[in-house]
Every structure is written in C-alpha cells, then in structure tokens.
Design a protein around this ligand. Structure first.
Ligand code: KG4
Ligand code: ZN
Length: 345
C-alpha cells in the first residue's frame, strides 16, 4: 500500500508519501514561521492563505521524490481536524479533489491520531500502549487500544505543555516558537536556582495544569534586575521551568501508568508524541519514569514529533487497512477529541 498524506492544520504545510512496509518515501514540511513571527504567534488567516499558496507544489514535489503517480496511490489521507479550520479546509479540499479526479479512496485523519500512531511507523509498537501526547494544543495521557480506540486517562485543565513553553519563551524574550528556544536557553542553566511549583504533583489521577507554573515564571522574571535579562538568569530560569515541567510530566505519567496497568496488566510500552516530545531533556526524564516502572519508552525521532505529513499518511494506511474510508462530503472538524466519551476538562 502506498499513500499520500497532507497536513495543514496549523502553521506547517506538509505532504508525504509512505508505504505500508513502514517506509517514508518522501516527507516535505514547509514552515510558515517567518510569516507569523512578526505577530508572536500563528495567525489563522495568514496560515490558511499560505497553505493555499504552497500545497499543490508541495504535493507534486512529494510525489516526484517518491517516484509515484497519483493514479498509483492506494489512498489520499488529509488531516480533517482538529486545528485551525481555514487550513484544515485547504488540505481536506485538496485531498478530496485529488481522490475524486483519480478515483482513489479518501481518508480524513484526526491530527492527534497522526501523532498517536507515529510510533507504529517508526518502531512497530503493538497495541495497547500508554501515550503521553504533548503538543501546542494538547496535553493528554491516553490508553491506545487500537486504531480509533482511545481511553483518555488524563488531560490538561488549563494550558497545553507546548503552549506553556511558547508563553514562557515570550516572557523571556526568546521569540517564537518557544519550545526549541527554551530548550536551547536551558542547556547550561541551573534547574535548581528558581523554586517553581509542580502543579497537581502527587494528586490522584493523571490530569495536568500549567497555568500556575507559567505565572510563577512570570513572577520570577519580574523579580530579576530591570532591563535585558542577564544570560545566566535567562539560562537558570529556562532550566528551572523545564525541570518543573519534567517533574510534572513524570508524576502524572507515573499515575497514568498505574491506571493503564489496571486495564492492561501485560502492556509495557510508554510512548511520547507531539511537538514537545522533541525536547531531549523531557525525553530523558520520561526514560527514567519508564525504566522505574518496568516500561519501555518509545519516542519517535524529533522531526516526526513535530507536525509533518508522514504521520498523516501512516494513519491513513492504518485506517485503509481496516477499510475505514471517508466520503467526499466529510466536513472538516475544528474540534475532534480522540476519546469522545471523556468529559471536557
Ligand atoms: O505537535 P506540534 O508540532 O503542533 C501541534 O499540533 O500543536 O507541537 C508544537 C508545539 C509548540 O508549542 C512548540 O513550542 C512545542 O511543540 N515544541 C517544543 C519543542 N519543539 C517543539 N517544546 C519543548 N521543547 C522542544 N524542543
Ligand atoms: Zn501536532
């Protein structure tokens, strides 16, 4: 099976070609960073227009690189949500049009399912597994029991982890996007210098909260000498923040492991996915958690943690294998929870 994937739900325009032998034949990601940078965040209207400007060229390039024609594809998968609706409409419309013109099956992929199943593309992980999904818009712990089968064990009650990184970066003047900038600033910092809170640590359940931590970083920054931050202060504050996030993720994941084990006693895989999973310090922290609970941590390579279309093509393959094809009247979905039974936090 060979499938084209299209991703347009946020600020990356991406196209990829992947086979069911778990080979990525092409994976192109065009970042719109420069267009959004002056605004300090993603502007939905700019994003939608940029997807429109570049998607057809990117799809053509991905197909050329993969050496495959549209008629040879076994399916066309596009992110159907959740995300910024203008961008999702661009990708879904392109996917449907190609599917219709070449009489190929169309699959609408949940972006979060793309992140959730990436570890089966990179590491052939079997179901069930425990997933820590940490991105710009989502922070969740889920039992992944199969394609389309998710049980949410915990979620954030306020900010997503990536959002906290982005906001802290803004406060510290590190620019946008924040995650990689905070990680770089933290590298030589002292994580013990600032005494920051670990929200919800030790509490029952596996929910997260990050807004109090974010406020504590702001107060710590305001307590520093006025003017530009001294490099040492910046490094120490970034490192202290990152360490607090690591402790929270470790504690909440440990709680989720206990819940997961009670449902699936024999399962041993802990998977981390989403943009924040690209963070090396957090990966190391989660490795310790996994090891101390007799679990194995699986973390896709960083370029497959942040948004890409290979994960969408792969999720398309997983769905096509099960005969899950979407109709051409599929309506793009701004919201699309993985576990629809879970209550809103
Ligand atoms: O999954 P993703 O690429 O897009 C969404 O679906 O949201 O995640 C983007 C988020 C951003 O908040 C970004 O700051 C964060 O992932 N991120 C990181 C790192 N790289 C990206 N956070 C911490 N450390 C990183 N190295
Ligand atoms: Zn994402």
């Amino acid at each position: 099976m060979i499938v084209l994937g299209i991703e347009t739900s946020c600020d990356e325009t991406a196209a990829a070609v992947v086979t069911d032998a778990r080979v990525i034949r092409a994976s192109l990601v065009l970042s719109q960073l420069e267009q959004h940078r002056p605004f300090g965040g993603v502007v939905p209207e700019i994003a939608a227009r940029a997807h429109l400007d570049h998607l057809d060229r990117l799809v053509r390039e991905a197909l050329d690189q993969a050496g495959v024609g549209l008629a040879e594809l076994d399916g066309i998968a596009a992110t159907g949500g959740p995300g910024l609706i203008g961008g999702v409409i661009v990708g879904v419309t392109m996917g449907k049009a190609l599917a219709l013109a070449h009489d190929r099956p169309f699959v609408a992929v949940n972006h979060l399912e793309g992140h959730a199943l990436t570890c089966r593309l990179t590491d052939d992980v079997g179901f069930p597994y425990l997933l820590l999904l940490v991105s710009g818009g989502h922070s969740q712990l889920l039992a992944v029991e199969g394609v389309g089968r998710y049980v949410r064990l915990g979620t954030t009650i306020d900010d997503a982890v990536g959002e906290a990184f982005d906001k802290v970066a803004k406060m510290l003047g590190l620019g946008f996007p924040g995650g990689p900038a905070v990680e770089a600033a933290a590298r030589d910092g002292d994580p013990a210098r600032f005494d920051l809170p670990r929200p919800l640590r030790g509490r029952p359940g596996a929910d997260f909260s990050f807004s109090g931590l974010k406020t504590a970083v702001r107060l710590a920054a305001e307590g520093l000498p006025p003017g530009d931050f001294a490099p040492r202060d910046l490094a120490d504050l970034a490192a202290s923040f990152q360490a607090a996030v690591g402790d929270v993720l470790a504690d909440r994941t440990a709680h989720a492991i206990a819940q997961f084990r009670s449902i699936h006693p024999a399962a041993r895989s802990l998977v981390v996915a989403g943009g924040v999973a690209a963070n090396a310090a957090l990966r190391a922290r989660l490795n310790e958690v996994a090891a101390s609970h007799d679990m194995r941590l699986i973390a896709p390579p960083p370029r497959l943690c942040t948004d890409n279309a290979a994960m969408i093509a792969w999720a398309g393959i997983e769905r096509l294998r099960l005969g899950l094809i979407d109709r051409l009247d599929f309506a793009p979905r701004p919201r699309w929870p993985l576990d629809p039974r879970a209550e809103a936090a």
